[in-house]
Write a protein of this length. Structure first.
Lengths: 348, 511
């Protein structure tokens, strides 16, 4: 008897709390760290995060996020924000917002992103701070972009950090890699009218662990009865569903040259008429990979360390998955401070 | 005020919990106030959730109603508790069921509210989760019974757990379009395409005929009208007719033949899509179907040892994990990858043919088609690229050999769009833009506000002497004038010379 009463009392209490919390939440806010637009071209923006004190490191860092999903992941909730933590650790932070491509952008290529937008952002920061070189922090696909950029412009990059960044596309068992190898990408790009919808990309990521998109709802009662937990859960949901489409030409080249032909690792990748030689990367490089990453497995990330020409280079393993890198408590306690320290140490 | 003041109700639930605990172990049928309260609760929650899903915060009336109800119940509960205690007895099994039911229902109600807080695209996933959870809770008694009695062979299990229910659940997880019977779906698809072709065969000539008939009927009718309006309107109609010409030729023979051919092609690629999809679905469903029997066999083995059944939560989460593993394992096979790529390619091809067909039908219509928009996008991108190349070349010319360019240049380039003077400013250049004044013709430029005698003289020296010339000035010319006559810099722009001159010209012609 005592058991069922307790049980039911708990259930009814949970229900009462949950309904109150659900009713109270009207707006789910993400990416709340104060910032301003300092540069803008078409749909692409460069944000500078405002800070009150002087940064410890003189050289600011530019974050180049993936074109898939949004950089809001790096500032998802105020108390576990990668960006806020970097700022509080004394780093001056910029982030590139790639925007939401539409059909007008279907011919926008990797060349336009890397030699255009990314280069313009780097130039802006160099000029605004009166410095020759900036720090680059690339995330996932944005990390691959940063590697390519740094190989072509080693004189503009002081230090490079890649987070969960794929570079070796052939030698690994990741499902995305396997599936992409024989995909008829030309037909896909054409049939989507040159713009790969975010939903399609998400569908692919979801399939890698088909239960994930539902398993997270297990125990939603416990989530809903705590207002903080509920808010953070909804923030993640908001991020997951906020997925920009990808410009067809960029997607085509990324799949063909990288996923299918592994050109970057083999030293045959070309951009804007130049062959990209990763050995030209000579600045200090920090490569961070997630041990349980099922989207970008460690096998595709770790080889960065062997492919680059830098003498000062470091591999850092993060115990967790692709997303845990940004929002986990370990990310706050260990990873972000380590990243900041690494940058401060190399700021001379 | 928020609709629920929970400081009050929180206390209330705590009091309720304490007193409920006091009754544990005693037995007496549920008393009326409790039943009454429950039916009120049930009705209220249901109404409240239906009315306010997703926006509970905006219902102050409901909030008050809820508060009142809590207060009333508290009173009733206390009376009942007192009376029950005095009789040394408590709630019976009837009320246990009632509470259980209530708890379950509240969960469903707020699950719905929760769902509406999720982003729209994710709601179906939550629904799938709830469906699966429900499927398991409703089957749980059966599953337990089968484990206890050793009925764990697959054919027994699929008698109790509906294979359709299973296929639906996995289908939703994997985003499958339901396809239970490939033969039947193929028949339906063929029928559909035959109907489409039939319609296209009839529709095209009919559409043309109709359009021409309508046009003729209208012309006849309007010719018979005596209102003065009609001849006027007919002349407009003639112009419109020329513009609308393409509409009447949508049904040209070529278009019809192309549409019919597209439909045939689409039919085949669509059949291929169905065929590959069906194969893919079968692979996944077969792989997942092994999981439940395996788990039940294991549960049976362990029941034989210790006579204990697994808990619902363990069994349910275990099932989700193992189902996923089984599916992922299949997805790692070459066959799955090949089939999935065929599904994607045939689906994409069907859509491409469909797009082409629409393009053909609408190619002469007076709006931009996909192909034209693509051309535009291509040109835009190429232009951006050329601008970038030019900027890079310019930077090479202007950047000092060592060191970064100065801070100021960037601000100018990116934040504002300065008026670029393309050619060096000279009087000749100005005149080439605004035209020469005819010999001996001069307006009184001093009529333009901001131009005094001195400035007029300077302008005359440059060859500017008429309103007509000033009226043609634009920002570029203003910038040149600023450069040539620095003493009056910014004045032309400030006083909008061109606008003033246009007005003066107009006034002159009216005189």
């Amino acid at each position: 008897m005592a058991n069922w009463t307790d049980n039911i009392v708990e259930k009814v209490n949970t229900a009462a709390d949950a309904i109150k919390n659900i009713g109270d939440i009207n707006e789910v806010d993400v990416a709340t760290a104060p910032r301003e637009v300092v540069w803008e071209d078409g749909k692409v923006k460069l944000f500078h995060f405002t800070r009150e004190d002087k940064p410890k490191a003189k050289t600011p860092v530019i974050i180049s996020y993936a074109l898939v999903n949004r950089w809001a992941m790096m500032d998802l909730q105020p108390d576990r924000s990668f960006i806020r933590k970097l700022i509080s650790e004394g780093i001056d932070v910029y982030v590139i917002d790639w925007g939401y491509p539409t059909r007008t952008d279907r011919y926008k290529s990797m060349e336009d992103y890397i030699l255009g937008d990314l280069d313009h952002c780097v130039d802006y920061v160099r000029q605004a701070h009166g410095i020759d070189k900036v720090n680059l922090l690339g995330v996932c696909q944005g990390g691959t972009f940063s590697l390519i950029y740094s190989a072509l412009n080693p004189d503009k990059v002081k230090n490079l950090i890649t987070l969960v960044t794929p570079v070796e596309f052939a030698d690994n068992d990741g499902l995305l890699f396997k599936w992409s190898r024989d995909m008829d990408v030309d037909t896909m790009v054409e049939s989507f009218g040159g713009l790969i919808p975010g939903d399609f990309l998400n569908f692919g990521f979801d399939l890698l662990k088909p239960m994930n998109k539902m398993r997270k709802y297990y125990g939603f009662n416990d989530v809903a009865k705590s207002k903080d937990k509920l808010m953070n859960f909804l923030r993640m949901e908001k991020w997951v569903s906020d997925s920009p489409a990808q410009a067809g030409e960029t997607y085509r080249k990324f799949i063909k040259d990288l996923y299918q032909n592994n050109k970057l690792a083999q030293g045959t990748f070309e951009l804007g008429g130049q062959v990209v030689d990763l050995k030209k990367i000579s600045m200090p490089v920090l490569t961070i990979y997630a041990k349980d990453d099922h989207i970008v497995p460690p096998d595709s990330t770790r080889p960065i360390n062997d492919l680059i020409g830098s003498k000062d280079k470091e591999l850092m393993e993060f115990p967790g998955g692709h997303i845990g890198v940004f929002v986990g408590s370990r990310s706050q306690k260990m990873l972000t401070p380590a990243v900041a320290q690494w940058l401060v140490d190399r700021d001379k | 005020m928020n609709w629920m003041d929970f400081n009050k109700t929180g206390d209330f639930w705590k009091a309720w919990q304490d007193s409920a605990k006091g009754f544990a172990g005693q037995s007496q049928p549920a008393t009326d106030p409790l039943k009454e309260w429950w039916s009120q609760q049930e009705k209220f929650w249901k109404d409240a959730m239906e009315k306010t899903t997703g926006m509970l915060g905006n219902q102050p009336d409901l909030a008050r109603q809820w508060q009142d109800m809590q207060g009333n119940f508290m009173k009733q509960w206390m009376e009942m508790a007192q009376s029950a205690m005095s009789k040394q007895s408590s709630m019976g099994t009837g009320s246990t069921d009632m509470w259980k039911q209530f708890a379950q229902q509240t969960e469903t109600w707020y699950a719905d509210a929760f769902k509406h807080k999720l982003p729209e695209q994710l709601r179906p996933h939550f629904q799938t989760y709830m469906d699966m959870y429900k499927m398991f809770t409703t089957q749980w008694e059966n599953i337990q019974g089968m484990i206890q009695n050793g009925l764990v062979e697959p054919r027994m299990i699929w008698q109790m757990v509906s294979p359709t229910q299973y296929a639906d659940a996995v289908g939703k997880i994997m985003g499958f379009k339901p396809m239970k019977d490939l033969d039947e779906v193929t028949r339906q698809a063929n029928r559909f395409f035959e109907q489409l072709r039939g319609a296209a065969l009839k529709m095209f000539p009919a559409a043309e005929e109709q359009a021409l008939e309508m046009n003729e009927a209208f012309t006849n009718w309007s010719n018979q009208q005596t209102d003065q309006f009609f001849p006027f309107m007919n002349s407009i109609k003639e112009v419109m007719k020329q513009n609308l010409e393409p509409y009447f030729h949508v049904s040209g023979d070529d278009t019809q033949a192309e549409v019919l051919r597209s439909l045939k092609e689409m039919q085949f690629s669509y059949l291929a899509y169905l065929h590959h999809s069906s194969k893919l679905q079968k692979m996944v469903l077969d792989a997942g179907a092994q999981v439940l029997p395996a788990m039940m066999q294991e549960a049976r083995d362990s029941y034989n040892k210790d006579h204990e059944l697994p808990s619902f939560d363990t069994f349910f989460t275990d099932y989700m994990n193992r189902l996923e593993n089984a599916i992922v394992e299949t997805m790692h096979t070459e066959e799955y990858t090949a089939t999935q790529n065929q599904v994607l390619a045939s689906g994409a091809k069907s859509k491409m043919i469909y797009d082409e067909m629409l393009e053909n039908i609408f190619k002469d219509w007076p709006f931009m088609t996909k192909r034209e928009a693509d051309d535009l996008a291509k040109e835009t991108t190429q232009l951006r690229r050329r601008v970038r190349d030019l900027e890079a070349r310019m930077a090479k010319v202007t950047t000092p050999m060592n060191g970064a360019p100065k801070k100021a240049t960037i601000k100018e380039e990116t934040r504002t769009v300065p008026v670029k003077v393309s050619a060096p400013a000279s009087a000749e250049e100005v005149i080439s833009r605004i035209g020469k004044a005819p010999k001996g013709v001069a307006d009184d430029l001093k009529e333009i506000k901001g131009i005094g005698a001195k400035l007029e003289n300077l302008l005359h020296e440059m060859g500017i002497s008429t309103f007509k010339q000033v009226a043609k000035m634009d920002d570029t010319v203003y910038a040149m004038i600023d450069e040539l006559i620095p003493a009056f810099k910014g004045r032309a722009h400030r006083d909008k010379w061109a606008v003033q001159a246009r007005k003066l010209l107009k006034a002159k012609t009216l005189v």
